[in-house]
Design a protein around this ligand. Structure first.
Ligand code: PLP
Length: 394
């Protein structure tokens, strides 16, 4: 076992008012001060532990952020109202007009659209690379590169990023490595592997219930302070604050994340092994046939498995749609976007969560028209589920 994020969360002791076993939920947008002087000092960032206004910091979000920082072994963390807010606020904090970003071409479609369509409007240049080709990454670096951006296991192609090597390339160039670990919380500890910042869509595995949208940024205390700076912090000024009621729910769910990840992983591995036997074209990092299986094995926190996401190529969109229709009829799970839910979810990536990526780029990066991404649930009857999937395919 390399690292134990579950133990680090367990070690975080947080009590509620009156000794409650869960931290109390903050039901206030603003906070009183005894004196005007203390208020001014808090505005200037000199009063650690004081709360002034809930868009800036609030106690419920601080409890969740502290648990996330412990999980990721970073000095600090910040929670946001969506995963996209975590990604966009972090990148905009780090990059100014005239800067350059190198990114994996396979990323979540919303991230791709932000990098491709939005940042160039503000004169931030972005180079898209095959993140598994380290020579290509090195060659893309320029004098003004500020960030290398990747997903630990990319959406939806499930390529595995070599975080230690990417960190080396970034640091040699005076840049930072930012990693989206949404698919693999617990399984990977990117900051321990060398990443400077770890971002999450907590909408997915971390919360695990698909009842809210939320995000997180984990990094140095200095960076989190920059994000929340009242004068030029993106998190403070763009205002994507997470509602305290939601953050208190996510904090409770994070304490079962280790168990859920193990179950998602063992179910997904079983599905992948069984379906591979039928000759289907399948991507899953736990399979020996996966091109980065060895890399994943070397970098992962082994007790949590290879994750809950797998992708099956059904050739054409028409074929994929027919099979997904049958799988929902058979109650294998739901035909829905998103992932990390307790039930299995499936969607045809090129026509949903990656549809922002133009068809010719999808084709170039190997995203087939009929690729279906499955987020395998916590099912206790996975053998039965596999039999159902086989019936839907035939
Ligand atoms: N990162 C990844 C890998 C995702 O899959 C998603 C959403 O699907 C996001 C980020 C965006 O997160 P959110 O929908 O919480 O804004």
């Amino acid at each position: 076992m390399k690292s134990d994020p579950a133990k680090r969360i367990y070690d975080v002791q947080q009590f509620g008012e009156f000794g409650g076993v869960n931290p109390s939920i903050t039901d206030s947008s603003t906070y009183t001060f005894l004196e005007g002087e203390t208020m001014e000092e808090t505005f200037q960032g000199h009063m650690e532990g004081c709360f002034l206004y809930s868009r800036h910091w609030n106690p419920s979000n601080k409890y969740l952020a502290d648990a996330l920082a412990a999980m990721e072994k970073t000095e600090s963390a910040w929670v946001t109202s969506s995963g996209m807010a975590a990604i966009t606020c972090s990148l905009l904090q780090l990059c100014h007009s005239g800067d350059h970003i190198v990114t994996s071409v396979t990323t979540y479609g919303g991230t791709y659209a932000f990098l491709k369509n939005w940042l160039p409007k503000y004169n931030i240049e972005v180079s898209f690379v095959d993140i598994t080709n380290l020579e290509q990454v090195k060659n893309a670096i320029k004098f003004n590169t500020k960030v290398i951006y990747t997903e630990t296991v990319t959406n939806p192609l499930l390529q595995v990023s070599d975080i230690p090597e990417l960190a080396k390339i970034a640091h040699e160039a005076g840049a930072k490595l930012m990693v989206d670990n949404t698919f693999t919380p617990m399984i990977f500890s990117p900051a321990e592997l060398g990443a400077d910042f770890v971002v999450y869509s907590m909408t997915k595995f971390i919360n695990g219930k698909n009842d809210c949208v939320a995000g997180a940024i984990c990094g140095s205390k200095e960076f989190i302070n920059q994000l929340s700076n009242v004068n030029d912090g993106t998190a403070m000024l763009l205002g994507p604050v997470l509602d305290p009621l939601r953050s208190s729910g996510i904090l409770k769910n994070i304490h079962t994340l280790h168990l859920r990840m193990k179950q998602h992983s063992s179910n997904a591995l079983y599905v992948a092994l069984e379906l591979e036997k039928t000759g289907l074209s399948l991507k899953y990092p736990g399979l020996q046939s996966h091109p980065q299986h060895e890399l994943h094995t070397r970098l992962m926190n082994s007790q949590f498995g290879y994750g809950g996401i797998l992708a099956i190529d059904f050739g054409t969109e028409k074929n994929a749609n027919q099979i997904m229709y049958k799988m929902q009829q058979e109650n294998v799970g739901y035909l829905a976007v998103s992932l990390g839910y307790f039930r299995t979810l499936f969607s045809c990536s090129g026509h949903s969560t990656s549809s922002e990526i133009p068809p010719e780029v999808q084709h170039e990066m190997g995203l087939s028209d009929g690729l279906v991404r499955l987020s395998i649930g916590l099912d206790n009857n996975i053998e039965e589920v596999v039999e159902k999937i086989k019936r839907c395919i035939n």
